[in-house]
Structure formats: C-alpha cells, structure tokens
Ligand binder design. Structure first.
Ligand code: PMP
Length: 409
C-alpha cells in the first residue's frame, strides 16, 4: 500500500491556484482544501464545552444531554478518582518531570501497571501517554520493512498509522471477515506477521470475531494484537474486556492494548503481554522512550478507577439495560441502527449533510449527538454516533429515542 498524503485531493481548479510554474503556497492549498470540505459538509468543527455535570454538558451557554462521551461507566467525575488524584498531587506535585527511563517512572506508574496486568490476566503491562502513541509504539517497535501487518479495514487510525510508521507491508481485510484476513496472511506466507484488530470498533460498536482471529493466527503463526480501547471496563468478566470475554489467554492474544481515557475515565493507555513483549517495548518503542511519563496523579486516579470498574458490576448491568432499552425503542420507532451490543450505538444516516442537519436538530432539542462523517467512516456512511453511559437514566434514553423519531429524515 502506498503512503497516503495528509493533504486532501484538490480539484483541477484548486491545483492551478498558483498558476503554471508558480509555487503553490502550502497554506493557500490548505485553505482551498478546507473550502472544498465545507462545500461537501465535511468540515470538522471544534466545540468548547463550558461545564460538565453528570450526563449533561454545556456548550454555547446551553445545557445538553451528552450522548458523545466514552465515559461508559461514569467514572470521569467520580469522587474516589478525584480524591486519589488530589492525594497524588499532594505527594508528587503535578508533572512527572521526565521520561519513564529517566526518572519519570514513579511508584504510582508501577502500581498501575501491576493492577492492569492482574486485571487483564497478563504477565506484565507498560503505560503509554495515549492510545495513539501506544499503537504507534508497538507497531513501529515490532515490524520492519519485510514484515506483514494484516488489519481490519475499520481499525482505529492509530493502528493504521503505526503500520505506516513501521514501513511494513500493510494489508487490510474486509471488516470482521476472518476468511478475508486469512487471504491477506496468505499473500506473504513466510513473512513474520502481526494481525491487528480493534476489540470493539470505535465507530460501529460491533465486537471483532476474536476467537476465530486467534485460531487463524495460531494456524498461520501470526501474532494477534487487540486494541480494546472500547472493550475494557465494558465487556467480559469484571470488565476485563473483549479479549477476556472471548476467553483468550496471553498465548492466544499476545499483544493487548487498551486506553485509560474511556471506561476508566482518566487518560493514557497501556500494552499488556509477556515479559518479552514488555521488555522489548521498553527498549524499542520510541513513543514510550522519547516522551514525558503521564502525570503520576493520573496513574493514581486510574488505579482507583480500576477498583470501581472491576468490582461495581452494577455499572455494566445498568449499561446493558440501557443498551437493550435503546435498541428495542429504536426498533419500535423504525430507527435504523448498526448491529452493536456495546454502548456505541450508531444511527445510520448515509449522507453527510443530512447527518449534520439531524445532529443540529437534536442539539436544538437539547441533545448532543455528533455526526460522524468521512473520512472517519467510509464515504456514504455518515452516522450519528450515540454513546451510552451508566450516567444515563432510562428517561434520558426515551428522550433521545423520541427526538430521533422526530428528527430523522
Ligand atoms: N484505539 C481506539 C480503538 C480508539 O477509539 C482510540 C481513541 N479514539 C484510540 C486507540 C486512541 O486512544 P487515545 O485517545 O488514548 O489516544
């Protein structure tokens, strides 16, 4: 696969803005590309949130019921996390002051890594500052130019970018299609191979066929990597994630990555697996080595979050009830949803302008449900990404369903 330029394709008109033989200014080109995006209803819009209170946020002075949060268990504002954070700030101050390898690795980080390894049933875990960096770090540390990386077409952008950074041979398979994955592995039968999949797909909400992918990897001597950003805390026994739900051991799924900014309500990410994997990442993962460690206070807050996420099962039970309520209410009202059993419940729209219009109408009605458009999702598949949280009440879900029934084209 050829690397894709970051600049969007310009129309012939826009390409000649500079004129023949005249160098086109980069910012001029950027402005032209943005106008084109706006024309296609694809411009991304940065909004500022002025306040957060439970499931409500305030934007532009207006209280909105928030259906865009990844705080699936309702932990981001939890008093136990605030308290753990404040205590750690009193002990450590604010920043980690250095990279992990140069004095930034505090005992809060070490304790959190142990707790994550125990929770996920892995030998060791290693913290990264963000999920994006964890994926870049793992793929670029493990894969060289001759190696093969096989990925689901709907994987998160950071997995794709990790393979690009590694410069390996990248092959993408049809979403959740194990036979297609097998065909892609067969294209380079003797190359060392990594098969990477999201556990729960971030824009569709469906769960990867992990047991089948693990069996394929075993048969083909490929290494399975699962990005469980949206599964950890939500699926599996004690919320240990999609990999635990599929009963995959460390041998079956040797590389497990997940983020700490979603169900755990804090920030950062980790990779879990064997001592060999973790030691190798410490030596080679540049996005671990060359960056400042997470503030220790965030590590302390995350350790507190794990206790709640593991042992307050009622939060997952409540989510399960809300998901069932939303899906049955949508079916009764003829609202088209994607096939998902997770808190990510996208409403299909198709056209980008229509998705924006419905999102704006919902906002008028006091509901925040952003439209997700290409290139985040494939062309023609714009949608509203409804995210449910244990913070929602059944009546909030009813309100959303009624508003959707009113606003959908
Ligand atoms: N992987 C997946 C599947 C994600 O959804 C995200 C977050 N959008 C990431 C990785 C990146 O995680 P972070 O936000 O911590 O960079």
């Amino acid at each position: 696969m050829k690397p894709r330029p970051l600049t969007p394709t310009l129309s012939p008109n826009e390409k000649t803005i500079g004129g023949e033989g005249v160098r086109l200014g980069l910012l001029e080109r950027l402005a032209a590309a943005q106008s084109e995006r706006a024309r296609q209803a694809l411009l991304r819009r940065l909004r500022t949130v002025e306040a957060v209170d439970g499931a409500h946020i305030q934007i532009a002075g207006k209280q909105l019921l928030n259906f865009a949060s990844n705080d699936y268990l309702g932990l981001a504002q939890h008093p136990a996390l605030r308290e753990a954070l404040a205590k750690a700030v009193a002990r450590w101050g604010v920043g980690a002051s250095a990279a992990h390898l140069l004095g930034g690795h505090r005992d809060e980080h070490a304790k959190l890594e142990d707790a994550l390894a125990r929770w996920t049933g892995r030998e060791r875990a290693l913290l990264f500052s963000t999920g994006y960096m964890a994926n870049l770090g793992v793929l670029s540390a493990l894969l060289g130019a001759e190696d093969l990386c096989v990925q689901d077409k709907l994987n998160h952008a950071s997995l794709l970018d990790g393979a690009r950074l590694a410069g390996c041979v990248l092959k993408r398979y049809v979403h959740a299609d194990v036979a297609s994955a097998a065909r892609q592995l067969d294209t380079h039968p003797s190359a060392p191979a990594l098969l990477a999949s999201d556990g729960v797909f971030s824009m569709d909400g469906d769960v990867a066929p992990l047991a089948e992918l693990a069996a394929l990897c075993r048969a083909q001597r490929a290494t399975l990597m699962v990005d469980d950003a949206h599964g950890l805390g939500v699926l599996g026994p004690e919320g240990a994630g999609s990999v635990a739900e599929a009963k995959l051991s460390q041998d079956d799924a040797p590389i497990l990555m997940a983020t700490l900014g979603k169900a755990l309500g804090v920030a950062g990410a980790f990779v879990a697996g064997s001592a060999t994997l973790i030691d190798g990442l410490v030596q080679n993962a540049r996005s671990f080595i060359y960056t400042t460690a997470l503030p220790p206070s965030l590590a302390a807050a995350t350790s507190a979050a794990i206790e709640i996420a593991r042992f307050e099962g009622w939060r997952r039970d409540r989510l399960t009830r809300l998901i069932a309520h939303f899906r049955s209410g949508a079916a009764e009202r003829g609202i088209a949803l994607l096939a998902s059993r997770t808190p990510i419940q996208p409403v299909s729209i198709g056209d980008s302008a229509a998705a924006l219009a419905v999102s704006a109408q919902l906002e008028e009605a006091g509901l925040y449900v952003p439209a997700i458009r290409p290139p985040t999702v494939p062309a023609g598949q714009a949608r509203l990404r409804v995210a449910l949280s244990a913070l929602h009440a059944e009546s909030d879900v009813e309100r959303l369903l009624d508003a959707l029934a009113d606003c959908l084209p």
